[in-house]
Design a protein around this ligand. Structure first.
Ligand SMILES: [Ca+2]
Ligand SMILES: [Ca+2]
Length: 308
């Protein structure tokens, strides 16, 4: 039987739940220290916490009574240093999610506008990308927001800004609570090992956030029996000695802890894993690799994804 040209494709998905094993990169994002610990007031125009309008726990952030009566702006800011993740940032494999709650109060047509912003800044302070919530509305009720985006190469600081503006009166009545900033990294690594359907590819179907479902999709499979091996450690084990038609360039890239059969549909296969919302898992690296076997054609393909 003629040997088929076989290539092993490796791909790695990396997940970073946080710096120093935290899933939330923000300090005191929920105001539950009862003060402004972790935050700064760059304008010096006043900001504090309150326990009257709270989304979770006992406190939220609130500009409140500050400055002279009339038009006034307030800001509370926190910078997160991404320097420890510079390699991932500059390889273009890091993504960030910013989420939380905000509330704009309105009285007799006067709006105390609350909004948040996320700025992705380089080492010189240049804003490379940004998210803005706009004024939280409808008024007088908590609103939730979520933003997800890739982190541009060169980003070194994530700046979170809580913004309040009043038109009249002596108190800026907008509120912020349960703010969370998280990152993950995902990437494919290595070269592929082609079977009759070409070089298999792995794509990220859903991001590996703690408390969410991490999903992968494999393409270019050849209709053989596909298995996904998952584990926490990489390796480089040549597969050719095991037979099954594996070529010389085929390696097993993960130390398997779990192996699952994956049904195929027209050359694609999906895999997913629910990740517990356990901050202790932050920084965990998960490697996954698809191995395709076919007794008839001895087709094999291997892919690897990881969670880091
Ligand atoms: Ca709170
Ligand atoms: Ca007011």
């Amino acid at each position: 039987m003629a040997a088929h040209p076989l290539l092993v494709f490796t791909a790695t998905a990396l997940f970073l739940g946080g710096l120093s094993a935290q899933s939330n990169l923000l300090h005191n994002g929920d105001a539950e220290t009862g003060d402004l610990t972790g935050w700064t007031d760059p304008l010096g125009q006043g900001f504090g916490v309150n326990s009257t309008y709270v989304h979770g726990g006992g406190f939220s952030f609130h500009p409140g009574i500050s400055g002279p009566a009339g038009v006034w702006s307030n800001e509370l800011r926190q910078d997160v240093d991404l320097t420890p993740l510079a390699a991932a940032v500059d390889s273009g494999t890091l993504a960030v999610r910013f989420r939380g709650c905000g509330r704009t109060n309105e009285n007799m047509g006067w709006v105390d506008a609350g909004a948040v912003a996320l700025e992705l800044r380089d080492a010189a302070g240049v804003v490379l990308d940004a998210f803005g919530s706009g004024t939280f509305a409808p008024y007088n009720a908590w609103q939730t927001f979520t933003d997800e985006r890739g982190v541009p190469a060169g980003t070194r600081t994530l700046r979170v800004r809580l913004l309040g503006t009043r038109q009249i009166g002596a108190s800026t009545d907008c509120f912020f609570d349960d703010l969370e900033l998280s990152v993950y990294e995902w990437q494919t690594l290595g070269s592929g090992c082609a079977g009759p359907a070409g070089v298999p590819a792995l794509a990220l179907a859903s991001p590996p956030w703690l408390g969410a479902t991490y999903g992968l999709q494999a393409h270019n499979l050849a209709g053989g029996a596909a298995f996904l091996a998952s584990g926490f450690a990489p390796q480089s084990l040549p597969l050719m000695p095991f037979g099954q038609g594996f070529g010389a360039g085929c390696t097993l890239g993960v130390v398997p802890a779990v192996v699952q059969f994956l049904p195929q549909n027209a050359g694609t296969a999906s895999w997913s894993l629910g990740l517990p919302a356990d901050p202790g898992l932050a920084g965990l690296e998960l490697h996954s690799q698809i191995v395709e076997l076919s007794a008839a054609s001895a087709v094999s393909a291997v892919a690897r994804a990881g969670l880091h």
